[in-house]
Design a protein around this ligand. Structure first.
Ligand SMILES: Cc1cc2nc3c(=O)[nH]c(=O)nc-3n(C[C@H](O)[C@H](O)[C@H](O)COP(=O)(O)O)c2cc1C
Length: 327
């Protein structure tokens, strides 16, 4: 894939989503879209330093452009993990300052870091010193009772003073108490205008808009106002939305059909099963939405859900599901 870092190359990224954007999901999404940027799920510094590093970091080369998202607050640990990302060939390392879950708050990372911009600045500084790939930040517009505009500006001031140039902003507040992570993705209102104001206030920063982007029209509009867009749930639930983006935004005239994408997953599943013992259902669960709103979508979903766990990795499930749909 030819992804120049030019300002004019449309920037569309698929959001990091825990339990969703694992490497199997990313491999699948890449078959539809050669041009979007992909992010891993958040990986904590503790998991990388003390756990099975290769399990967390390995990926298929086709996934690139690929960013590793890190969760943590300790500059030294984050720098060490950023270096691991670079050594593994990741294109970018991103610091999570937007996740509000209790688990993440207990570790003092994610969205609660937005109230400690000096900590984030030290961390980003240490990461940048450790690697030559871009170090970027994903954040909210504010947390809790803080007034959005001054809070976001003070965060951007502190962190950009390290030389960090790219921020992906989920354009809603996070409430650290009282809302679940899921509610925190829906209930606080979106404020795109504030992010637009930041674009005017910080013309030298690359600001990527995230949150609630669901259509081609939204995407086209936001690409005019921002340096890029990041899309999460819409792509997971309706992966073939990426085909629309490929055709209309990247001018891609050779996007694979849904059936072709489904069939292209068969050798991948066989390989994962043989090499790593990965059960078929671990991979096919990400493919449930492939036929979203298409004739046969219900049959596809049902066949995969009811049969994927029985598959022994020789993968007959996909071919059988396709045959079942056309009956
Ligand atoms: C299941 C799920 C898991 C998520 N995990 C992460 C994560 O690991 N790191 C992160 O920064 N954001 C995470 N998010 C938030 C998304 O990256 C994104 O900011 C959010 O869904 C808003 O974008 P959307 O409206 O396009 O979905 C997660 C979202 C979902 C739905």
């Amino acid at each position: 894939m030819n992804q120049e870092q030019s300002t004019f190359y449309p920037y569309i990224a698929i959001a990091p989503m825990m339990d969703w954007t694992d490497r199997h999901c990313r491999y699948f999404l890449r078959l539809i879209s050669p041009n979007v940027r992909l992010f891993t799920e958040m990986v904590t510094t503790g998991a990388l330093i003390h756990g099975d590093r290769d399990r967390f970091l390995r990926y298929d080369p086709t996934e690139k452009y690929l960013a590793l998202q890190l969760g943590g607050d300790d500059p030294q640990a984050l720098a060490t993990c950023a270096k691991m990302a670079e050594d593994y060939g990741y294109d970018e390392v991103n610091l999570n300052c937007g996740c509000p879950s209790d688990r993440v708050q207990n570790g003092n990372f994610g969205a609660c870091l937005m109230a400690q911009p000096d900590v984030v600045a030290r961390a980003v500084d240490a990461m940048q010193r450790a690697v030559s790939i871009p170090v970027t930040v994903k954040c909210r517009i504010a947390i809790d009772d803080y007034e959005e505009r001054p809070f976001l500006k003070s965060f951007l001031d502190s962190v950009s003073a390290t030389g960090c140039r790219e921020f992906t902003i989920h354009a809603r507040k996070a409430w650290l108490k009282g809302l679940s992570p899921k509610e925190n993705r829906d209930i606080p209102p979106l404020n795109y205008d504030l992010v637009k104001e930041m674009k005017a206030d910080y013309p030298s920063l690359r600001l990527i808009l995230n949150g609630g982007i669901k259509t081609l029209e939204d995407t086209q509009q936001h690409l005019k106002d921002f340096d890029g867009v990041m899309i999460g749930r819409e792509v997971y639930q309706n992966p073939y939305f990426l085909a629309t983006l490929e055709e209309n935004i990247f001018g891609n005239t050779t996007v694979s059909t849904r059936d072709h994408v489904a069939r292209a997953m068969i050798p991948y599943i066989q390989h994962q099963n043989k090499t790593y013992g990965t059960p078929t259902k671990t991979i096919t669960r990400h493919m449930i939405g492939l036929y979203h709103l298409q004739p046969g979508a219900k049959k596809w979903r049902r066949y995969i859900s009811e049969n994927a766990h029985k598959d022994k990795g020789d993968d007959t499930v996909i071919a059988d599901a396709l045959a079942f749909m056309s009956q």
